[in-house]
Design a protein around this ligand. Structure first.
Ligand code: PEP
Ligand code: MN
Length: 264
């Protein structure tokens, strides 16, 4: 079902404010975590200014340490929904647990499956039972075939509105970059599947000053869109501050990305 051989035409996902996988570059931006109602509202406004049609924000955070900020939970979903609606944006947020799928579905336009959950098969099956688009992040040690099989778990349940997110993988050298951005995976996934491929330069490199060049590289590699983390005060961000673009940097990057996309 996911295979291009069985389904030659591109999958185009339509959400209230976005067409993902069509001719236009889709911009998704927002803070790593939903921190407060006011903060996510302000960041959604910035996202929109840069041409985003989707605002991101985590309410359930898969943190490496159990002592790190875990997210605001359902309250965070409410804040993000309000920020999306006030700015005429779609909302994407991570769902971490199959038991939360029904609750997150009440708020979100797109489910994000995090890298750490790419092979959480009960979660994949649960979102596969819904009719809400799913953004499946590549696991940090997942091969391309692992990604394809994970997507198949969602599709097998009847939900074919899937987009694949390249967010970098672990390699032998991640001293200067948080992960290794596997740019080659973008055209490969486009050849092998009919799903839109989105790049996540923020998690791929983990340092804000490396995000713009890698975002451009993702556009040049013909990604259908990107998802980037933004924050107005990165040093005090509750998660992933080092990789957050400040509003001004984000606006400049987004403008360049749309310009580059227009040239292609
Ligand atoms: C995130 O999007 O904030 C996130 C936790 O991403 P990943 O699952 O790619 O690490
Ligand atoms: Mn993050």
């Amino acid at each position: 079902q996911s295979s291009r051989l069985l389904h030659p035409e591109d999958t185009i996902i339509k959400t209230p404010h976005s067409v993902i996988g069509g001719a236009d570059l889709v911009m998704m931006a927002g803070p790593c975590s939903v921190e407060s109602a006011e903060h996510v509202m302000a960041m959604a406004k910035v996202a929109k200014q840069g041409g985003a049609t989707v605002v991101r924000g985590g309410a359930f955070k898969p943190r490496t340490s159990p002592y790190s900020f875990q997210g605001l939970g359902e309250t965070g979903l409410q804040y993000l929904r309000a920020a999306a609606d006030a700015n005429g944006l779609d909302m994407i947020t991570e769902v971490m647990d199959d038991e939360h799928v029904e609750m997150v579905a009440k708020y979100t336009d797109i489910f994000q499956i995090g890298a750490r959950n790419m092979q959480n098969f009960s979660l994949l099956k649960a979102v596969g039972q819904t009719n809400i688009p799913v953004a499946l992040k590549r696991g940090m040690s997942a091969t391309i075939d692992d990604v394809l099989n994970a997507a198949e778990y969602i599709a097998a349940g009847g939900n074919h509105q899937i987009m694949l997110l390249e967010r970098g993988i672990r390699t032998f050298d991640n001293k200067y970059t948080r992960n290794t951005f596997d740019l080659g995976a973008v055209p490969v996934l486009q050849q092998l599947t009919h799903y839109p491929v989105i790049v996540d330069p923020s998690h791929a490199v983990g340092e804000w000053d490396l995000v713009t060049p890698m975002a451009m590289a993702g556009v040049a590699a013909s990604a259908s869109g990107m998802i980037v983390e933004i924050h107005d005060d990165p040093t005090h961000a509750l998660s992933d501050g080092p990789q957050a673009l400040k509003p001004k940097t984000y606006l400049k990057m987004a403008k360049q990305a749309f310009q580059l996309h227009d040239l292609m």
